[in-house]
Design a protein around this ligand. Structure first.
Ligand code: PBG
Length: 365
């Protein structure tokens, strides 16, 4: 009916760039954008880390805004609030008093510790409504702050004796009702030894979430300050002799190795600087034995985002929009599971949007 020449003239104001490809066509409206959006964030993908202290109030402040440590009663309340947000996964870390720290870290397999008692009571109370994760590493219990046992004479972290202790710790955690043990210690061959011993002692259904790709990073500092696990020894000042090297991909060997040894979930940590690692693992897994990939937004990354928002004097809504962008980057890279201190905050945000019938994607500044 209309004259194509006139139409083009009217609409384009005489300016027309001849082209077959126009990327904006497929973004013409929000329904088209959601048509091919496969990175929907769900609270069921979250694991929420929580710190358990031995003495103090139900809930204590830490130096980190928005992060607390809890006793049993306090953590029960926090978990109950999260269950209403469809968050069912909780990763618990002990904050251990200095007097209980030692060279051989014996406290890590003490079933009567406050931490272990808390794990047992939580499992009794919530049973299958929660999935409980616990770290396997010696740093909360170690006078030196290292993840393995430190030999002062040799000035080294001794691998095999560390693994022996880590196995004991894993068995203790399994006995106390933990569903998933999470070796974050980075010692060689511990996945194999933990799996074999869990199986031998009848814990065949306990999962292993391996910190497969845990980089020696500056981003763990706030976490270490909460646990008072800063490395205190003069000679081995960092964790570079066991955590991964950010210079190259050599340590990616661990992915295949850990899966063979029986881990159920692999993890990349920290997150923002290591998205390339996630996507490399994703393509490797898609072509072979597949297990879910978790990514840990660590304490330093949490602080980075909080302080960015604060420095701009922006509000919580703005912060949550950043989180949407952040979490989508994880899903795009190929992660399935997101471990984050923001879990509850973001869950509350999603609930609020749901109640207002607003889609997360429609709520950006
Ligand atoms: C302990 C452990 C660390 C983190 C998780 N487990 C610290 C470290 O390796 O020094 C860091 C978590 C965070 O920074 O949020 N092995």
């Amino acid at each position: 009916k209309y004259n194509i020449k006139n139409f083009a003239k009217d609409i384009n104001d005489n300016i027309y760039i001849e082209t077959n490809r126009r990327g904006r066509r497929i973004k013409k409206n929000k329904h088209l954008i959601s048509l091919y959006n496969n990175t929907n964030i769900k609270t069921s993908n979250f694991i929420y880390p929580l710190f358990i202290h031995e003495e103090g109030n139900e809930k204590n402040e830490t130096k980190l805004e928005g992060i607390h440590t809890y006793n049993y009663e306090g953590v029960v309340k926090e978990i109950e609030e999260c269950l209403k947000l469809n968050i069912h996964h909780f990763m618990l870390f002990p904050v251990v008093n200095d007097q209980k720290k030692s060279i051989y870290c014996e406290e890590c397999y003490n079933e009567n510790s406050y931490f272990c008692q808390t794990l047992k009571k939580l499992k009794d109370k919530f049973a299958h409504d929660v999935v409980i994760y616990a770290d396997v590493a010696l740093d909360p219990y170690n006078v030196y702050g290292h993840d393995g046992i430190y030999d002062e004479k040799k000035r080294e972290i001794i691998n095999d004796i560390s693994v022996h202790t880590l196995v004991k710790q894993s068995l203790c955690l399994a006995k106390c009702g933990v569903d998933v043990v999470c070796p974050s210690d980075s010692m060689d061959n511990r996945i194999e030894q933990i799996r074999k011993n869990l199986d031998f002692y009848g814990f065949r259904n306990i999962l292993i979430l391996s910190y497969t790709c845990k980089y020696a990073s500056c981003m763990y500092a706030p976490f270490r300050s909460i646990l008072s696990s800063n490395i205190s020894h003069n000679f081995v000042k960092n964790k570079q002799s066991y955590q991964h090297d950010s210079n190259n991909y050599i340590d990616l060997n661990n992915v295949e190795k850990h899966i063979k040894e029986g881990c159920d979930i692999v993890m990349v940590k920290p997150s923002i600087f290591y998205l390339d690692i996630i996507s490399k693992i994703r393509s490797k897994l898609d072509a072979g034995t597949n297990v879910p990939i978790a990514v840990y937004n660590v304490s330093g990354e949490y602080v980075m985002i909080k302080n960015y928002v604060k420095s701009l004097k922006k509000d919580l809504k703005y912060e949550n929009e950043i989180l949407t962008e952040l979490f989508k980057s994880y899903l795009r890279a190929g992660a399935n599971i997101i471990i984050t201190y923001f879990a509850k905050q973001y869950g509350l945000y999603m609930l609020d949007l749901y109640e207002k019938r607003i889609k997360v994607d429609d709520n950006s500044s």
